[in-house]
Design a protein around this ligand. Sequence first.
Ligand code: F6R
Length: 243
Amino acid sequence: MQIIILENAQQVASNAAQWVAEVIKQKTNPVLGLATGSTPISLYKLLVEKHQQAQLSFENVTTFNLDEYHNIEAENAQSYRTFMKENLFDHVNIDQEKTYLPTCRSDQNPRVQGLAYEEQIKNAGGVDLQILGIGANGHIGFNEPTSSLASRTRIKTLTKQTLQDNSRLFKKDEYQPTMAMTMGIATILDARYVLLMATGKNKAAAVKQMITGPVTAMCPASALQMHENAIILIDKDAASELT
Ligand code: F6R
């Protein structure tokens, strides 16, 4: 693990943007793994800026998102497809046919859909750089504590804490999905590079567990200790419990 502690969230975003830009420029057909949530929003903003300043082309980029709510329409305001369109896809020259999310409707078999997603990743040549956030409970993707370290893309029920953490994004009477399709921990570990971003004091305990704790399914992010090219970008607040 390469741990980089930066002054603030903005520096974390700009450092992450440099890594992403580097991969896009170096590879002929770059494959990015993407995350949603609050943390990567400023990274996506910077990537859009780089694109607008003609410094970065997404023409040959393929993307695979970590997760998507189960049985949600792509057009739904709460879908991760909508999030990605609003924050990145609609503002860069990416071919949206090459942007994938692990979707699964209720009339489909999640196991078949999970395997199909794994196959799509493989056919694209694997993920070059996977962007990750971390949950306050140490989750990565929607691999909640107790998720198998050998897990692959599948359906997961979200924990109470994650539902609570994400409830800020839903209006008072709006339906909040309780299940999601997510890449597994082993799927994430297959990426050539993994870039985890964490900012803020509410991530400090999870960051400490991930870096200094044992490798355990109780803290899914601790699996990154086993990855040869895991870059952990954190601000001072997220690093505040590291001794
Ligand atoms: C998002 C995802 C989640 C988030 C995590 C942190 O696609 O898979 O694991 O990265 O919940 O979310 P934020 O950044 O909102 O704190």
